[in-house]
Structures are given as C-alpha cells and as structure tokens.
Design a protein around this ligand. Structure first.
Ligand code: NAD
Length: 267
C-alpha cells in the first residue's frame, strides 16, 4: 500500500486503538500504520499490546503499547492522555472492545444487562468524550470510529442486551457527529456481520453452516475487512462522511433473512 499512503492523508497522523491487541484491533493498527500513521494500542493484556506495537514498528511507524482497562472509568483520562502525550497528538481513535453475552431476555438479569451496556456502550461514550475533548483542545479536528454490530440493527435473539447496547452506540455516533461537527471531528461506526476472530464462540463447522445458509456472500468476513473499513473511515477518503454506520456483513442485512430456495431468491 506504500505508494498509496498519501492517498489516505494519514502519513504522520496519530491514531489510538482501544482493544488493539488482537483481531480487528490488530488489523486496524496494521492498516493505519501501512498508511503512515503512528499508533497507540490499548489493551488489558500487556503482551498483546506489546506484540502489536512491535508489528507496527516493523512497518516503519511508531507503535506505542498502553496497558489499561476501559471498563474502569478512572483509567480513561489517563489512557487518552498517555496516548496523546506519547504520540504527540491524536487525530484518530478506533474503539474495538465489546462482546455479547448469550441468553434469552427472560434469563437476562439486571447484572447481565448492566455488564453488557458497560462493555458495549458506556465505555465507548466515555472514551469518545475524552478523545473529542483532547481533539477539540488541539483544534485540528479528527476521526472517531466505534464498532457496532448487525445485531444493533435488527432483533438479536439470545443476545438482546448486546443488541440494545449496539443500537445505542449507533444512535450515540449520530449525536456525537452532530455535536462535534463544528470542531471538525467526524464520528462513525462499523457494523460487522460474522467475522472470523481469535475469540470465536462457535465450532467452525456450525458457523460455516450458518454462513452458508444466511450470508449472501456465503462466507464469514475476515478481521482485515473491518480493519479496511476502519482505515477508510479514519482517513481523508471519508472526509465528508460522519454520523454513519457502515455495514461490513457480506450482504447479511440486505438479505433480511429471506430464505434461499424460495421462488425469486437466487442468492
Ligand atoms: N466477531 C464478530 O463476528 C463480530 C460481529 C459483530 C460485532 N463484533 C464486535 O467486534 C468487536 C471486536 O470483537 P472481537 O471478538 O474481535 O474482540 P476481541 O475480544 O478478540 O478483541 C478485543 C481486544 O480488546 C481487549 N480488551 C477486552 N476488554 C478490554 C478492556 N476492558 N479494556 C481494554 N482492552 C480490552 C482484549 O484483550 C482483546 O485484545 C466487539 O465490539 C464485538 O462486539 C464482532
């Protein structure tokens, strides 16, 4: 991608990846680094953050590992300040952390509900708010990207609290985009469909069968599919894009669960 690095307008820019230690976060870090950005990686696991920072350095830009827990409110100002101090500014933030708890609504206790909202929505609000405040102080604008899910855009049976939290994130991104547009901060989300990540919750055979029956492209996505969307949204390529959620799902939402084999469905 070296020849096209200037295309993205990210050379020398400073990016912070929350949950950058593996999977989609690692992918986003690698792609942003290839476009010339210096990248700070925040992760609970020091070895993960360190490994991806080394990977970034190997691509010729600065990689800064930061150990931190974004579910601990008190750490968030320190995490964002450490990234801005060590990188020398902050132009982009991509926030990956999130996960679904499995269970019907009737089995969803108040504790599970609170945990899901904390892990998929509340921390994103706090990290994005802190990042925006830092960007506003610097006065150069910037980009913020959150990870939603197709589950935030339709019913999400057996993971209802997760779906509600991701729907909240989609709404929040729109409000942030409107409130911070005057300061030239763009805020967007990515809604992954089914992506192969290090933290797969199902046997490959079952997931493959599911992909084959529901996803028009008949395959699950790769972490780089999300990394590329994060690169696009963080870059000048998306200069006029804000408040949107980009589905990266192989056509899953477009298909709207219309079963194969019915007349007129050639998918
Ligand atoms: N995999 C899919 O098919 C899929 C589909 C839709 C949405 N998503 C969303 O994609 C995102 C990434 O999912 P994933 O499975 O690739 O993530 P992951 O769990 O593999 O990676 C996240 C990284 O964040 C770190 N982390 C976790 N909690 C943290 C905390 N409190 N503070 C700092 N770091 C923390 C982990 O150590 C890990 O390295 C999530 O928001 C998820 O909801 C995934």
């Amino acid at each position: 991608m070296d020849g096209e690095a200037s295309f993205f307008g990210l050379a020398g820019k400073k990016a912070l990846i929350i949950g950058g230690g593996q999977g989609m976060g690692e992918s986003s870090a690698r792609l942003l680094a290839r476009a010339g950005a210096d990248v700070a990686l925040v992760d609970l696991a020091a070895d993960r953050a360190e490994r991806v920072a080394q990977l970034v350095e190997g691509l010729g830009t600065r990689g800064v590992p930061i150990v931190g827990d974004v579910l601990d409110d008190a750490q968030i100002p320190r995490i964002v300040a450490e990234a801005a101090d060590k990188l020398g500014g902050l132009d982009a933030m991509v926030s990956i952390v999130g996960a679904a708890a499995w269970g019907s609504l009737l089995d969803t206790t108040p504790a599970v509900w609170d945990q899901q909202l904390a892990l998929n929505l509340r921390y994103f609000f706090l990290v994005a708010r802190e990042t925006a405040a830092t960007m506003i102080k610097a006065g150069h604008g910037g980009s913020i990207v959150g990870i939603a899910s197709v589950d935030g855009q339709r019913a999400s049976p057996m993971r209802g609290a997760y779906g509600a939290a991701k729907a909240g994130l989609i709404s929040l991104v729109q409000t942030m985009a409107v409130e911070w547009a005057p300061q030239r901060i763009r805020v967007n989300a990515i809604a992954p469909g089914h992506i192969v990540t290090p933290r797969l919750y199902n046997t490959p055979q079952r997931v493959d069968a599911y992909a084959n029956s529901l996803i028009p492209m008949r395959t699950r996505g790769e972490t780089d599919d999300i990394g590329k969307a994060a690169l696009f949204l963080s870059s000048d390529m998306a200069r006029y894009v804000t408040g949107t959620t980009l589905d990266v799902d192989g056509g899953l939402l477009a298909a709207n669960l219309f079963p194969r084999g019915l007349p007129g469905n050639n998918a």
